[in-house]
Design a protein around this ligand. Sequence first.
Ligand SMILES: [Zn+2]
Length: 303
Amino acid sequence: MRVHVIDSNHLGRSKVIGVAALEAEDGSVTLIDPGPAVVFPEVRRGLERSGLDPGRVDRVLVTHVHLDHSGGAWCWAEAAGAQVFAHERGAAHLIDPERLVASATRIYGDEMSRLWGPVKPIDPRQVTPLKDGGKVAIGSVTIQALDTPGHAQHHLAYWLVEDRLMFTGDVGGVVIAGGPAIPPCPPPDINLESWKKSLARLRALLPARMFVTHFGEAQDPATRLGEVERRLDAWALWIREHLRNGVTEEQLVPMFERFVTGDLRAAGVNDDLLAVYEQADPASMSVTGLARYWRKFHPEAIV
Ligand SMILES: [Zn+2]
């Protein structure tokens, strides 16, 4: 199966949100993580530039229902009649996005429409919920859904069995332009224990190639997955120490930004690339997400 990575140019910036487009023998196209509605026109153009027909987008596979990944799935259901596949815990939010939009609005406020664009309900007949191990057939090729919680409770990775290709959404981390792999930790679902189990499961499959939403193909999958786990631990422990010492979340944000920036610079990331990392995986979100993790699952660890 040929994989094209379409740069959605989110907010005019390259390499933030990459849409994987699988080109089947029959000319049909399957998108993995179509991005938010705001990038729909750019993804259409990108498909055309790659010689793919946007009208033949028959399937959209969503790794999880965060807006940067799936906010624009409805556009493809409407414009191309696509069938949308998502985790059984996330599918209902595609059919009735009201609660999802309300919770995102608490985080993004007035920025909602600029960042993501509109979110509309998808006809229930065009939404297929997937369980762990659920299969999607594309001609003779099979894509398997892998329940991979940790970043979100409704997260799937997609495993293209025949070619050993893996699409890891956010659970496999953010890896931009050959830079380091870092874990995106936004609220409300971060869970270290389940995230690590998910990473072990993905590693054990020995993927030949790995694609992440932020951004594109990540070389050397096993090393990258290990790097995500190492940083997940390091970030979580850093947050735990500071919460223990009575630092507030508000105070933590600029401190954590400096901590992450230092780590990324040490790994060879320059200023331009830092801005891409920050747009794909904002440090302030990870402060909130990781602080919530400690309060919710290990309150005794931060007193
Ligand atoms: Zn994401």
